[in-house]
Design a protein around this ligand. Structure first.
Ligand SMILES: [Zn+2]
Length: 600
């Protein structure tokens, strides 16, 4: 299963354009659209309720009418999403130029928050000590400030979910039709947008792709215009997916700045992936949650009721804690619903269990944490592995290594989290999850689990595949000092300590030498190559993509972020929901060509 998705994409334009302060509270200016389009005035206000209604409108016959429809659809989307509070995650790598490997990560940053799309765009952070300069952040909107040194503004990375939250209209923008083009299976009209002279600061400048059925924007690529003195906007490539009938939902944003040509004097160089998910999560208040307390999660179906022995009671207690935690994490969008990826993890766990004659009172279950940082933990008999970690593992042997450590904790009875059987401990806001839940073992248990895990692996079918697992550890060791944010666990134990890999480090000793120039030696993959996450319902699935040949050491990009290039398709029974979320970049889709084949 050595699939890889290497992307060699034409990078976005990286000229530094400076920032601006956009007044977030600019009054919403309704419809210059209706003025030129009398036939549509009546339909406009009600559109937000149903995207389907769009199809009843007469198809536009001129480009002018198309533009009016695009504006109307964008306003519909803003309204449709106004009650949603999706999770937004940005992972950013600052870059430095390596003579051999090209631009490589120098250090990194991680932001996780919940977006509020109601009146303007706002966010609440999950991680403490981030976004201290809240007032500044709200005024900036564009990305980074150089007040003292360059400081990234988390909100800036998600700013391009809309072209212009408040003033997306003909009064503020000129629309120039460029051409037709396919993005994946979807035929699009392409427009270049420029803000009008007196449109003010913080206006979108760039290109939009509009699908040709209902004229929804499916992709935006560009930046914001009109600089101010001490901050910048950066460039963004923003993708939407057709995850619900009638609406294309903002899903991925790639940002990049930096110029490594000889003589360039650019101060900042970075690349960042922003993912949004959890659109369909309940916006729970603590009061709602009170009604959700689980009273009993274990049904006693023995024919004659028996009292539990002390050990049976202890096990039931642990299971109740386990169920509480997993359910709570799923409800806050941090654990994906059960699905196909779990089956793959489960198979590997079963292989380890069977060959080691492990018999536990309850089956071991596996779940996927939806976030990027590389981490694992277990609660009761459930092993949780992060999406980011599954992404970068090169093969099944290294996956077995990761799972064996947590299985060892379970086998050794290192049970954590029984305090969560008390339901009051589940009553916290989603944003404070990391302050309220934690599954970190003491160092002695970590050492014991590693030792046991190696025993389990050596007696398993993976005994012959431990070289690649060891190589993965070596690659991680080589990159760890630059990736402290990616390696910061938020619920479980860190797999590194002060830049040194500690988890399963012993396996590295028997692995071959790490050699970036050896093109067939793949020690670790880029982020985003294995697991795709559906932004609407949080389901995860394994990416199916054609492997792309590696032609130089620079193609390996271990642990790195890359541009997004989802294969777009329309919502429908045939494609939904799985293939709709072509979440992950593939080179096959890298060049969207204006193919004449009418797939629609
Ligand atoms: Zn551990």
């Amino acid at each position: 299963m050595r699939t890889m998705n290497w992307m060699i994409l034409a990078l976005l334009a990286v000229t530094m354009t400076a920032v601006a302060q956009q007044s977030a509270s600019a009054p919403q200016n309704p419809q210059p659209v209706a003025a030129t389009q009398p036939g549509q005035t009546a339909a406009q206000p009600s559109q937000a309720q149903s995207g389907q209604a769009q199809t009843n409108l007469a198809p536009p016959t001129t480009m002018d009418q198309v533009v009016n429809r695009v504006i109307m659809r964008e306003k519909d989307l803003i309204k449709f999403l106004s009650l949603r509070t999706p999770i937004v995650e940005t992972y950013l790598q600052n870059l430095t130029q390596d003579p051999q490997l090209g631009p490589i990560p120098q250090d990194d940053h991680y932001f996780l928050g919940r977006m509020d799309l109601s009146d303007s765009i706002d966010r609440n952070d999950y991680l403490q000590d981030k976004g201290k300069d809240e007032g500044m952040e709200k005024r900036l909107l564009g990305g980074l400030t150089k007040k003292f040194k360059f400081q990234y503004q988390p909100l800036g990375f998600s700013w391009m979910i809309f072209a212009d939250r408040n003033d997306f209209d003909r009064q503020h923008y000129d629309f120039h039709y460029a051409r037709r083009e396919f993005l994946g299976d979807v035929r699009c009209l392409v427009f270049d947008l420029t803000p009008k002279k007196d449109a003010g600061r913080g206006r979108f400048l760039g290109r939009i792709w509009v699908e040709d059925h209902e004229f929804s924007i499916v992709r935006l690529n560009g930046t914001y215009a009109r600089p101010s003195r001490n901050s910048y906007y950066f460039h963004m490539d923003s993708w939407r997916l057709n995850l619900v009938p009638g609406y294309w939902v903002p899903s991925y944003i790639y940002s990049e700045e930096g110029d490594f040509t000889a003589g360039a004097k650019n101060k900042i160089a970075f690349k960042a992936q922003t993912r949004m998910w959890g659109y369909n999560l309940k916006t729970g208040t603590p009061n709602d949650e009170l009604t959700n307390i689980r009273v009993d999660s274990v049904k006693d179906d023995t024919p004659t009721a028996q009292d539990a022995t002390p050990l049976a009671a202890e096990r039931e207690w642990q299971q109740q804690a386990e169920d509480n935690v997993i359910e709570r994490l799923e409800r806050s969008g941090l654990v994906a619903p059960e699905g196909d990826v779990d089956k793959i993890l489960q198979t590997v766990v079963n292989n380890l269990e069977i060959t080691n004659n492990i018999e536990l009172p309850r089956p071991v279950r596996t779940r996927v944490l939806t976030t990027s940082p590389l981490e694992t933990f277990s609660v009761g008999n459930t092993i949780v592995v992060s999406r980011g970690l599954i992404d970068v593992l090169p093969d099944e042997g290294s996956l077995a290594m990761v799972l064996s450590h947590e299985l060892a904790h379970i086998v050794l009875g290192h049970n954590l989290g029984s305090q969560y059987a008390f339901n009051d401990r589940m009553l916290f806001s989603d944003e404070s999850t990391y302050q309220n839940l934690g599954f970190k073992h003491i160092p002695e248990e970590e050492t014991a689990a590693d030792k046991k895990a190696i025993e389990l692996l050596k007696a398993s079918p993976y005994a012959q595949k431990l070289e690649s697992a060891g190589l993965f550890i070596k690659a991680l060791q080589a990159c760890a000092p630059q990736l402290s944010a990616l390696l910061q666990a938020h619920l479980g134990n860190n797999i590194t300590e002060n830049g040194r890999v500690t988890r399963m480090a012993q396996l590295a000793t028997s692995a071959p030498a790490l050699d970036w120039n050896k093109l067939d030696q793949i020690a670790a993959l880029p982020l985003g190559g294995r697991v795709k996450l559906n932004p609407w319902d949080d389901k995860v699935e394994i990416v199916k993509a054609q492997p792309v040949a590696i032609t130089s050491a620079r193609d390996k990009m271990p642990f790195e972020v890359t541009p997004f290039f989802p294969r777009l398709s329309r919502y429908g029974p045939a494609s939904a929901p799985a293939s709709t979320t072509a979440a992950v970049p593939t080179t096959t889709a890298a060049t969207a060509t204006a193919s004449p084949s009418p797939t629609n």
